[in-house]
Design a protein around this ligand. Sequence first.
Ligand code: SF4
Length: 397
Amino acid sequence: MNTTTPHGMIGSVTPNDHWQYERAPMIVYWELTNACDLACRHCRATAMPEAAPGELTTAEAVAVLDQVVEFGEPTPHVTMTGGDPLKRPDLLTLLDAAHERGLGVSLAPAVTPLLTKERLAEVQQHGVQAISLSLDGATAEFHDGLRGVPGTFDHTMEALEWAADLGLNVQVNTLVSAGNLHEIEQVFALLSTKTLMRWSLFFLISVGRGSELTELTPDAAENLMRQAAAWGRTAPFQVRTTEAPSSRRVTAQTMMNRGMPRTAVEATPFARSFGIRDGNGIVFISHQGDVTPSGFMPLPLGNVKSDRLADIYQGNSTMMALRDPDQFKGRCGRCEFNHWCGGSRARAFAWTGDPLQTDPLCGYQPSGSQTSGNHLRGHQPRQTQAPGTATQEGTSA
Ligand code: SF4
């Protein structure tokens, strides 16, 4: 999860808040539609070519923006995702409505023939501050194989150039699984020749079509987290991780091993990411209005058609528990880093059915822990994609 919008921090918290985002999320991920012309093997939204029944109407969607405003100042940033948000016929109307309400907006378009330089210029004119693009391999053969459509890799490279020409900020999202771990260094080398604001390594959670892919082992994940931190020190763009909050623990441990006290770590710019995770600083709205802690946790806690988004975010008991590491279980409950990290609640839910359990991507043994090894490894994640629901966010921003 990223902690900054194209224009900096929104609603950031401090150590005094115990890194708990009680008032408002920093980012509202909003799945405008689950319609998409791609058929990616790892699609969170199990997207389909045409919009599903029950998609929010234009009036309902504008009302969602009013609900985001109700969080008060500073208002959350809105990331419009999908499916493919370019498939929403009223996209420009919604962008204008967001702009009128003073909301910052990013867009996560799919790379299909709908994505053109003219379309990018148009959404930029209607207030889009940044876009995200997916790139999961360093070659057309690899990337197009995952995306299911030949030409997607080349089109993505073109879109990067268009955005650079337009001065539009770009975040590139790379899904990391055991199947493409060997590609990641080459993806970094490729992106180093491009213009982008941020590269985010999204650590796979086995939900939706992603369940066909395999998550990294804790050791492989930690090695990549260290490598990502090293790349971030020299890259001409920010390097971030998504659904891998234990990367904060990895970096913090490095600092503390060099003699930095916890208070000094909390005073570094790096600490701005502390606490952000599913339900804490982040909330997700599905194309049908279901509200979940994030796009990768199919756990509807209300619906914007009948409930206020702020009421769900601030007052739902599950949402409140997700913000409170003292309620976490297993190693994440005992961990001395849990206010900074807290683990991926979505992955804990995917693997155990309990969003407060240990994040199985992390192999850390907290002080005093009696557990040896990762007791969850060797088991398969439970099936978390409920039939008929598509409640996960995109991998954007
Ligand atoms: S045990 Fe949990 S809280 Fe501690 S570093 Fe690992 S994922 Fe984070």
